[in-house]
Design a protein around this ligand. Sequence first.
Ligand code: MSP
Length: 640
Amino acid sequence: MQKFYVTTPIYYVNARPHLGSLYSTLLADVASRYNKLHNKNVFFLTGTDEHGQKIAQSAAAVGKKPQDFVDSFIPAFKDAWKLYNIDYTKFIRTTDSDHIQAVQAWIKRLIDKGDIYKSHYAGYYCVSCEAFVTDKDMPHGITENIPLCPTCGRTTEYVSEESYFFKLSSYQERLLQFYKDNPDFITPRERMAEVISFVQSGLKDLSISRTTIDWGIPFPGDKNHVTYVWADALNNYITGVGYGVPGKEKEFNVWWPADLQILGKDIVRFHAVFWPAFLMASGLPMPKKLLVHGWIKIGEHKMSKSRGNAVDPVELATTYGVDQVRYYLVRHLAITQDSPFTYADLEQRINSDLSHDLGNLLNRTITLALKYNVAMVECPKTWSAESVALYEAGKNITVRFMQEMEAGYMNRAYAVVWEYIHEVNKYFHNQQPWKIAQSESEKFAEVISATCHALYTIAHLSWPLMPQKMEQLLFALGKKINIEQDVFAHLLSVPWKETFSLTQGEILFNKIDIKLETQETVMTQQEVKQSPTIIIDDFTKIELRVGMIEDVQVLEKSDKLYILKVNFGDHGVRQILSGIRKHFTPEQILHRQGVFVYNLAPRKMMGLESQGMMLFAKDAQEQLVLIQPEHTIPNGTQLS
Ligand code: MSP
């Protein structure tokens, strides 16, 4: 059996988990479940990062001992993960004695090897990020001569103390060679460029112990020092599967190297530079892939506990449902960029994607079949051309879904599944089974069977994302998830041959009654009115051209507008402002072609010139839909 080892960052325990922490964890859960569907043996490690100055300060602020303080938050993490069906294998705490001993043994080994030496550190430190601010980071802003942290923007503090150093500088060339040999080490690839340029600009040795705090792993052989929290925390990825734990050598060799390590963009340097260097020094293989995601933002700011804009995942699940939130976070937040979180968007997605597109499809199919006494759906003797096309589309979708998942783009993988859901809806609608239920009962049964087969594929592909709901869907079809086989190999190789036994269960996704305050994003329904006719000359006055969106920036001063850079080929690149932020994440429109009014007089919006207008249509749910050519055509092509 093949193995798959996935990790999340371990979370600081100075507060309850928020939506950002849930996001990293959910991505790991989806990856883990996806690999279970491949019949792999999966180890999923998550946990908490409990040492360091930040935790010590937070504990002191509420008059608690650090250990009691961190202990008090553990149930909140474990309960939240349980609520969200996060099926981890192990929850590691850096205060676990196994971990502490393994880290101490690791340090001793590196001291013996000559990779760690004692010296003096003088420089700036960001307590919030637990990071030493290097000279290279200085230009990021200075207040009263104190540099601001380049990652979180907070004021740093000056530290001057004796310290043990890890010889990071001696790994510079090996790291660069490693990145060159493994261009897919980091997803998305763009992040790799930042890492390479950081390493190329010169690595200094890394301070890995502190004398001015005492909440940390005691540094072996020197009681004045505790281990720097990142040298402690990063090692959880190996100690969690048995590294340095007596009797667990075999287990460790089974699981390491990790197949996928998930992390947010704020901690790339630690994972893509320090961590590989630690592993090189330890003579251990590199993880296969780092998946780096963007931040969830509220307005223009990163969601965080300290900013006070954190959304509580438990409350969200209570209001909207666990799988609904899982769906929204994984499908609609972009891996590659920061994404805004709004309740309005969440509600609209639940109503349109889940309730309307998927839930209704299941409900309509089962209601209709049962109405005409087709509770046991057998395969027909022959399939119609339309059903064969639906079958082929399902296979094609499965392949594309797998490609996106393997690359780490889970949001795109589920956009692909929704393409199929739309196709199945179209098929059902076009076949009009309600009209032929009595007159052509065989044909009717064939349409029901094809739709059930398509739903069966959809349920399997969506199980990693919404395990409960997809098990409910399968139950309604008389099926169960079966991970005793490679589900994907099965979906791809076996022709449709299932028998379905239908039951009318509970509604899969209830529609949300969109509250007034969240309706600001729903455009008002246009009255249906007869427009006056125009002559062709009127029409030709409007120059419509196809353009490719090459860049999407948020216009800071507005909560609606994106600044698009649109490539019109020989007609140049234009800046176009579009008020669609509540309908699309940047990733959903980036690198897509669309249709634009090219000769609209330029106008200023919020001080910026907009040189055209992008066209959209609204679907039945009032969602904006992108208008694009059926296949890619040269940019600048005029519509006629
Ligand atoms: N303890 C370190 C990680 C050590 S791993 C060896 C840490 N902890 S954290 O609690 O601050 O953040 C953990 C993860 O949560 C990071 O991947 C971070 O990017 C993610 N998120 C925290 N806030 C976030 C958002 N607002 N949005 C998305 N993820 C963010 O860093």
